[in-house]
Design a binder for this molecule. Structure first.
Ligand code: IVH
Length: 679
């Protein structure tokens, strides 16, 4: 029968693909398709097998728990298998899950659930005997994992000895090891400046860090571990509710997720999902969904397990942030500072909640690193508001007619030569303001909201003005007349008048806005503000040496060089003069005598703040001369803990090291005394 034949070959194909991707993911730790694509293939296989149960074969990925572990570490047999979770992708599937539970329990009563973010890291099992950490093991294939005790011991959030009392004499704690986003970015920045390979995402970085045979390397990586369950225990009693078990673990020294919460029923789960989806980007770590667990352990026991997952839990996944699509072409865009950015034109794809048809390829090095060609199938990532990026290439799908990406040696806009300065990765058009693209971008920047904030002058209008030859420079803007503007496409007399009025109003500005508007390389708003406060006037700033410039907060040698260089170039001085001649002006800023009572002191600021923003608190401490560090060490003088969280890991560390701590209220009071904050 041709139908059965087709089904059989499709099943075989799916199994083969899934087994291959499973191997890449679990054994090589080098996946080359996005998780969402894997999930789809898996769901297809599951569905086909459900329709044709007699065709299920023992080698199907649905028929086994996982994959063989790496061979470099000793093997560990898990006393209780480490299972995975079933997935839901929409509210309906979640409600189905609730219904299945009620059916099994033969009750229509609301079920209480524990809600926890699904951390995107590596599952870990930690075994404690009499409170002492005796073993740390990976999940492996669920039955057999790898002994990575030496590596887990290096992770500061893992207690080597349990705190407090009341823990069972034998306790196996399970959780996730992950790399917070900030640590990931710093690690990659370091790798990049050392010319080393970067990690694709925090999950891969965490996996790579744990797989090190040398624990010193693991120790140098910013890993965290968050406990989410007890796998096995003997002796002692654990609380009846899962959320209380987690609280108990917390008391024994584990980090638990602060977002964890019990809700009364499935609607509570849906509300929780919505709320956390909103918060996802602000979280300090990557999550790929929410895990909902029946909260009462008695009910969990009654519900039991199916082959690879518990019946009493489900992972409600967020829309995927990575998807696969075709790279149709590469174009080269010229930015305000002449930087040439290769932009991938993609077959439109729905990722991270929007349809994406362009993604940045950053620079030439990135193209080399990815080894990407035109017509390749690529993995695109879009997280939050971040510009979509090409993160890797599915080389297996490369067609024979894929072509090399040729980086231009002349600017695609003005044809000036493209240069790459020694020590830089970015290639730039050498045309400066001769280059139409740079001119347009410089003008767009000048009029933008944080710069001179000229209402009604959007990107399209700037392009039109330059293309029509009506303006060549920012100063030309102030020569525009209403009649000329009114004649432009999509403009009328009214909008032209408004624009002229907005231009007039923009003339009165402030020194920091003006400095920012000039578009000096690496001078963002904060730096512009720092420069204006420090020097007080434009002539004082223009006269400053690179050394003097470096006295300003956040100004290092690179920024100092760009600022000094900017004011050495005659065409920039002419542009500044022309703007002043056109009537742009600003009051000088009073330069306060700088007192730095906290000079030489290092502060760490942590926890959630309510009366001031945490970043403002940091800034004010810096203004008082303190150094603000990200982690607590023997060199720290004081840890400021917001929100009164005594379980905060930095607070705990400070206590261990005998370092002073301070509450938000105490900080506010101190800042008030020093006169940097009004109280
Ligand atoms: S519970 C039997 N809770 O997701 C219950 N898992 O497919 C098994 N994960 O690799 C896990 N955050 O490491 C649970 N709060 C959480 C989780 C979580 C992340 C991971 C887990 C496993 C995968 C489950």
């Amino acid at each position: 029968m041709p139908d059965t034949f087709l089904t059989e070959s499709r099943l075989q194909e799916l199994r083969q693909q899934l087994n291959y991707h499973n191997y890449r993911y679990y054994v090589l730790d080098d996946p080359n398709i996005p998780d969402a694509e894997y999930d789809r293939l898996y769901a297809q296989l599951q569905q086909l097998e459900q329709q044709h149960p007699h065709l299920i074969s023992p080698d199907s990925p649905t028929q086994r728990v996982g994959e063989a572990p790496l061979s470099a570490f000793d093997q560990v047999a898990h006393e209780v298998p480490m299972l995975s979770l079933d997935n839901a992708f929409d509210d309906e599937e979640l409600e189905d899950f609730n219904r299945r539970l009620q059916d099994r329990l033969k009750s229509t009563d609301d079920i209480e659930f524990a809600c926890e973010p699904k951390l995107d890291g590596i599952a870990i099992s930690l075994l404690y005997r009499e409170g002492l950490l005796v073993r740390g093991a990976t999940r492996g294939d669920g039955t057999t994992g790898e002994d990575i005790s030496l590596n887990v011991r290096t992770i500061p959030s893992i207690p080597l000895r349990l705190l407090g009392e009341g823990f069972p004499p034998l306790l196996e704690v399970r959780g996730e090891i992950y790399m917070p986003k900030k640590g990931f970015d710093e690690l990659n920045d370091k790798a990049r400046s050392a010319g080393e390979k970067t990690f694709v995402n925090p999950r891969n970085a965490a996996a790579g860090s744990l797989r090190q045979l040398d624990p010193k390397i693991t120790a140098s990586r910013p890993l965290e571990m968050c406990a989410y369950s007890v796998g096995w225990s003997e002796g002692g009693d654990l609380p009846e509710r899962h959320t209380d078990v987690l609280e108990a673990l917390h008391g024994w020294g584990f980090l638990i997720n602060p977002e964890m919460k019990a809700v009364a029923n499935i609607q509570g789960c849906i509300d929780y999902y919505r709320a956390l989806a909103q918060k996802r980007e602000q979280l300090a770590y990557d999550i790929d969904g929410i895990v909902f667990k029946v909260n009462h352990r008695g009910l969990q026991e009654r519900l039991g397990f199916v082959s690879r997952a518990p019946r009493w839990a489900i992972a409600y996944k967020f829309p995927a942030q990575e998807e696969m699509t075709l790279l149709k072409d590469v174009e080269f865009q010229v930015g305000r500072t002449g930087a040439i950015t290769p932009v991938a034109r993609l077959e439109p794809v729905f990722v991270g909640g929007v349809t994406v048809s362009n993604a940045t390829l950053h620079n030439r090095d990135e193209i080399d690193r990815l080894g990407v060609k035109v017509k390749d199938t690529v993995i695109v990532r879009r997280a939050g508001d971040v510009i979509p990026q090409v993160v890797s290439v599915v080389k297996a799908k490369r067609p024979t007619d894929a072509t090399e990406i040729v980086f231009p040696d002349h600017c695609p806009v003005c044809e000036s030569p493209v240069e790459t300065l020694p020590g830089e990765v970015v290639a730039r058009c050498s045309g400066g303001l001769i280059c139409g693209a740079q001119r347009k971008e410089a003008i767009k920047h000048f009029v933008s909201r944080k710069a001179l904030d000229i209402d009604g002058l959007g990107d399209k209008l700037v392009e039109q003005l330059v293309d029509e030859g009506l303006i060549d420079s920012v100063a030309d803007l102030y020569k525009l007349e209403a009649e000329t503007v009114a004649g432009l496409e999509r403009m009328g007399a009214k909008s032209a008048d408004n624009l002229i009025a907005a231009l007039e109003a923009s003339k009165q500005t402030s020194l920091d806005r003006f400095l920012y508007a000039l578009g000096i390389r690496e001078v963002g708003e904060a730096t512009a503000r720092g420069l204006s406060r420090h020097f007080g006037s434009l002539p004082a700033l223009m006269d400053a040496s690179e050394e003097q410039l470096q006295k300003v907060d956040d100004v290092g040698p690179v920024v100092a060089h760009f600022v000094a260089e900017f004011f050495q170039q005659p065409h920039n001085l002419e542009a500044v003069q022309a703007l002043q001649d056109a009537g742009v002006y600003w009051p000088d800023v009073e330069v306060e005598a700088r007192e730095e009572p906290l000079e030489g002191k290092t502060y760490v600021v942590t926890g959630s703040f309510s009366t001031i923003k945490r970043n403002d608190a940091k800034k004010m401490l810096q203004d008082l001369g303190a150094k603000v560090a990200g982690s607590v060490s023997a060199k720290t003088h004081c840890v400021v803990v917001g929100g009164g969280a005594t379980n905060n890991s930095k607070y705990v560390k400070a206590q261990e090291l005998g370092i002073d701590t301070m509450t938000e209220e105490q900080l506010v009071e101190m800042l008030g005394e020093y006169g940097v904050l009004e109280v």
